[in-house]
Design a protein around this ligand. Structure first.
Ligand code: DGY
Length: 317
């Protein structure tokens, strides 16, 4: 039987590549130098029936157009905003992702970033390393997370897992979500500016689509105000990044904790010099446990129709 050609857009974890290698003919994009990619794709295109991407780079319109035999795009991520879904729908290409298995880790990171930003943990670490600590109490006072008013943008799987964790810290929870499903335990806001004005910590956990692009606007940032904290574990483009940078520089926003950026891996240079922001390189799901679970889901050990992730996305088909 002719083996199915699978184009990998990024190196995957070794365990997953090994699993995929047993069943498919893997074509690795990085085997060709960037300036020879068009020729590389042209010569391999007839064999490529599946593309594997992730939250960084995925099947955009140009790539899909270059692959006439493409049947499935499998994303090693829960978010599929980098996949051109309209094109997939037009061509009848299936799209899969890896939901559920990463929920806990991403939610853990959201709370971790909130605590790190409020308690200034990275700054304290830098203080000690710089040899500045001379006696108990000479480091600045910080702010507690427990008991704060936490607002969550997007109460899907990850948003709910964040809420559960924040409740354990005695936080009150409010939210804004597209879903009509009611969560009577939590306070619902139809308006994101009002949500921001009524919380201490705003956590972005929704998916990125045209409606949520720049949902955290200048108005929302100003409503959070100089004591407010913004945590983004969703997508960089949820936030108007230049507005966020200005607000942090001018201290119109208290602090931020960011796992995602608008043009990853680019991080605005002004952020690098600021002490009121905690920066991490899109690592929400990057634990050994989750990557192994994602790999099992992907390679068909858990579920998966042809073993390239979960066919969870009727959107594209
Ligand atoms: C995803 O899988 O979409 C997340 O961004 C991982 O952090």
């Amino acid at each position: 039987m002719e083996s199915l050609g699978v184009l990998l857009l990024h190196p995957m974890n070794a365990y997953l590549e090994q699993e995929l290698d047993r069943r498919f003919r893997l074509i690795r994009l990085w085997d060709s130098p960037p300036d020879a990619r068009a020729d590389f794709l042209r010569s391999n295109a007839p064999a490529i029936r599946a593309v594997v991407g992730n939250a960084g780079y995925n099947a955009d319109a140009a790539l899909i157009d270059a692959l006439p035999s493409l049947e499935i795009v499998a994303s090693f991520s829960v978010g599929i905003d980098r996949v051109d879904l309209a094109k997939c729908r037009e061509r009848g290409i299936r799209v899969t992702n890896t939901p559920d298995v990463l929920t806990d880790d991403v939610a853990d990171l959201a709370v971790g970033l909130a605590i790190a930003a409020l308690r200034k943990i990275p700054q304290a670490d830098r203080y000690v390393r710089a040899g500045l600590w001379k006696s108990k109490g000479d480091y600045t006072l910080t702010t507690r997370f427990s008991g704060k008013r936490v607002a969550i943008l997007g109460l899907g799987r990850i948003g709910l897992a964040v809420a559960k964790r924040a409740e354990a810290f005695d936080c009150s929870i409010s939210y804004h979500s597209r879903s009509q499903k009611p969560f009577p335990k939590y306070r619902f806001f139809t308006n994101v500016v009002d949500l921001a004005a009524n919380c201490d910590v705003l956590i972005v956990a929704c998916s990125l689509n045209p409606e949520t692009h720049h949902i955290v606007s200048r108005e929302v940032i100003d409503a959070l105000g100089p004591e407010g904290v913004l945590i983004n574990i969703g997508r960089g483009a949820h936030v108007d990044e230049p507005e966020l940078v200005s607000a942090l520089l001018e201290k119109r926003l208290g602090a931020a904790g960011l796992d995602v950026f608008e043009h990853e891996p680019f991080v605005p240079e002004q952020l690098l010099g600021l002490d009121n922001v905690v920066l991490v390189p899109h690592v929400g799901s990057d634990t050994v446990e989750t990557c192994m679970a994602m790999a099992d889901l992907f390679s068909g050990k858990r579920v998966g129709i042809i073993g390239l992730g979960r066919i969870g996305l009727a959107i594209a088909t």
